[in-house]
Design a protein. Sequence first.
Length: 83
Amino acid sequence: MAQIIHWLIQLYVILIFGRIILSWFPMSPGSALVPLNRFLYTTTEPVLGPVRRVLPPVRMGAVGLDLSPFIVLIGLQILAGLV
């Protein structure tokens, strides 16, 4: 059972990394990556959203750095170590 939980945590980590990477590129409405981007958003936003509400993006000049993925990734790695 612990191996399944550990595997699911690692899968979620991969989904978050995928969302981070795709956020660096602009998505045009007809792009082939739009369904993947939508899937990654709907699977990760329920966890990232509440963290983002507690810890808003850090302002760096005209850019805001969203720290929620990093906080969730650290939490998931801690959870994986406990399992």
